[in-house]
Design a protein around this ligand. Sequence first.
Ligand code: 4NP
Length: 157
Amino acid sequence: MVKVVFVCLGNICRSPTAEGVFRALVKSEGLDGEVSCDSAGTGAWHVGQAPDKRMTVTARKRGVDLSDLRARQAVSADFERFDYVIAMDQENKANLSKICPPGMENKLFRFLEFAPQTGRREVPDPYYGGPAGFDLVVDLIEEASKGLLADIREKHL
Ligand code: 4NP
């Protein structure tokens, strides 16, 4: 099994959306026996909570169900348990490198490394912004999910 964990700040907007979009893609490609995913936040404020209502509604409109997901905090052991540890932005990546065990830095990625065609480097935090920010999160995550699955196929399947 190839294992992926998506990480943002709160684990209530971006990374649960990445988990929901990516798991739907994996399932639609018939790969759910070979690729699995999870999500986490670098911060602990929202641990145990369901995704943000605005994010859940936007994802639902785009055909993605986030209702079963609950927030947890990222831990060092995630680098042992997962093959890909994928940060939504540069700040998340910097915080993950602080808890990355020595020698495992090659597992740490920025999600939009897998979507260079977007011309962006980060999935922007939508929490304090308006509705357009939540749609942009889904747009960018859909693109990067395809790129990530192509990378997994090329290297692991
Ligand atoms: P996320 O969004 O990192 O995409 O889950 C945020 C959620 C909550 C907060 C910040 C970002 N917060 O400051 O509580």
